[in-house]
Design a protein around this ligand. Sequence first.
Ligand SMILES: [Zn+2]
Length: 481
Amino acid sequence: MAYEAVIGLECHIQLRTRTKMFCDCPAEFGAAPNANVCPVCLGLPGALPVANRAAIESTLRLGLALGCEVRAESVFARKNYFYPDMPKNYQITQYDQPLCEGGALPVRIDEVERTFELIRIHIEEDTGKSFHPEKYGDRRISRIDFNRAGVPLLEMVTQPVFRRPPECAAFLTALRRLVRWLEISDGDMEKGHLRCDANVSIRPAGSRELGTKAEIKNLNSIKGVEKGISAEIVRQTALLESGGRVEQATLLYDADHDKLAVMRSKEHAHDYRYFPEPDLPLLRVEAAWKEQMRAQVPELPWALEARFVEKYGLKPYDAGVLSQDRALAGYFEQVVAGLNPKAASNWVTTEALGRMNARGWSLAEWSARVSAASLNELVRRVESKELTGPLAKQALDAMAEEGVDAQVVLARPEYQVRGGADELLPLVKAVIDEHPGPVSQYRSGKTVTLGFLVGQVMKKSGGQAVPQVVKELLERELVGG
Ligand SMILES: [Zn+2]
C-alpha cells in the first residue's frame, strides 16, 4: 500500500531583546553561568513578573507580516510541570487565548509559490539549561545555568500542511529569513535561536483520516529536520506494513547516528493544569498600537523577490538569492543603479558572493571593503567598454584584498585596456606562430578554432585586450597569411 505523510511543525523562536520576558535581566548569551538572574527569573517567593513590551512588539510585527489575526485581549497562562532547569515549576506561556492566530508563510519551492498555514503564535518564556561539564569535576553531577530562564520565546504552530520533508526544510529556511528580516531574532538553529519539533503521522494515500502521530524533538538544524522526519516516515511505514500500529509518543532524533529514540509516551494538555497567570494582567493590544506595528513592517522578502523579477527582469532564482538577506537586497539595489540589471545581479550573486564565501566574509565585512558605489563604478566601466570582463574581475580581487575604491584601483596601468592594433598586432602574430595546428584548421574552414586563438591572445595581454578587437585582428591576419 502507498502511504502519505502528514506533518505539522512547532517552531520556537528566541527573540533578540535586550532584557528577559518578565524581568530586567539581560537576555544576552555567553555570560558566566547564573550571572543574569534575579528573584523574578529564579522564581523566588514574592517576585512579580512584568511583561516585556519590546518582545510583544516583535511578536506583533511577525504576526502582522504573516497575516495573522491579532487578539485585542490575550491571556498569559501557567503551564505547570516540574523540570530541573525551570525554577518556578511552571512556565508562563499562552494557552487558549494566544496573541496571534491564523496567517500563513509564503515559501517558494522548486520555482512554485506555496503558502503554509499557521494555527497560532504565542509568547512564552524559555527555560534554563542543565549541563555536565567535565571542567567542574564529576560529570555525573548536573549543573544548571539559569541565564536562559525567562528569555522571550515565541511558539509558532503550523497546520498539518506538509507532506514531504523537503517542504519542512524550505519552510524553516523561509522562517529563518523572515525573523532575521524583521530583526526580531538571530534565527540560528545551531545556537538554539530557532528550534523545531515535528508532528508526523502517515495514512494510506488518498485517505482523509489522520493516523496516530508521533512528535520528534531535538531537531536542531534544517538538514536534521529533513532527515529526522524522513527517518520517522520510514519507521512508521515499516510498522504499518508489518501489521503493527503507531503509538502516540515523543521521540528524540540523534542527528549524528540518524536514529530515533522514544523519550516518553505523549503527555496531554490536561497534564499541565493550565490556568491564567494571576500575576499578569490581560494583554491588551489596541488598534492604534497594532497599526503602529504594522507601519514598522518593512517590505517583506517574498514581495521584494516578486518586485525584483518584475522591475529588473531577473530570473526567480537570482531574485531568490538576492532576497535571502535584507542587507544583500539593499546592497544590490545600490549596485544596480543605472546599470543593466542582469549584469549587476550577476556581479553581486556570482562575483561578490563567490568571493565572500571563499573568504568566509559577511556582507558587512565585504561592503566595508567593496562598497556598493565602488562595485557600481566597476560594472559601469565594463558596460561602457572601458574595461574588459577578465580585467574587471582582477580589479575586484584587488579592491576586496586592499579595501580600496574602484576608481583608485582602475587608475593603475595594469587595468588600462589595450585596444590599439599597434599594441596588439605583435601578440596576434606571436600566437599565430606558436599554434600552427589550430591556425591551419582555421584556414581549412574549421573556424571554431578562432575562439581558442582569441583566448591565447587575451592571455598574452594579461586580460587587457578587448576581445572584439583581437578577433578582428586575428581574422585579418589569418586570411592575409
Ligand atoms: Zn531576572
